[in-house]
Write a protein of this length. Structure first.
Length: 106
């Protein structure tokens, strides 16, 4: 099965044809400085796109997403506590990814 993977750049910006690198924020979550989209590495091969945007509070010590997030399968966060993140929660195409991102809380 085909999955969408991350390369350390913001998936939302990439959908718009732009390359914006993700950086670690003060909460130890990778965040896009432009869209404030947040990603968390959750397993050896997966990264979750959180359902809320960051505050733009990036760390002073730069940690780049391109150094830590390459090749990870992008997955959605689930509303239910204790939901297992797996390939069943992964994105399979750009339309599915775009729809999920459009529902992220500011």
């Amino acid at each position: 099965m085909k999955y969408i993977t991350t390369n350390g750049y913001c998936p939302e910006c990439e959908l718009k044809g732009k390359k914006t690198e993700l950086f670690l924020n003060s909460g130890d979550i990778f965040e896009c400085p432009k869209s404030r989209l947040q990603l968390v590495k959750c397993a050896a091969n997966m990264a979750v796109i959180l359902r809320w945007r960051g505050k733009g509070e990036l760390r002073k010590t730069v940690t780049k997403g391109t150094d830590y997030l390459k090749g990870l399968i992008l997955t959605r966060a689930k509303d239910e506590p204790m939901t297992i993140i797996s390939e069943r929660t992964a994105f399979h195409d750009k339309e599915e990814l775009a729809e999920y991102i459009s529902e992220i809380i500011e």
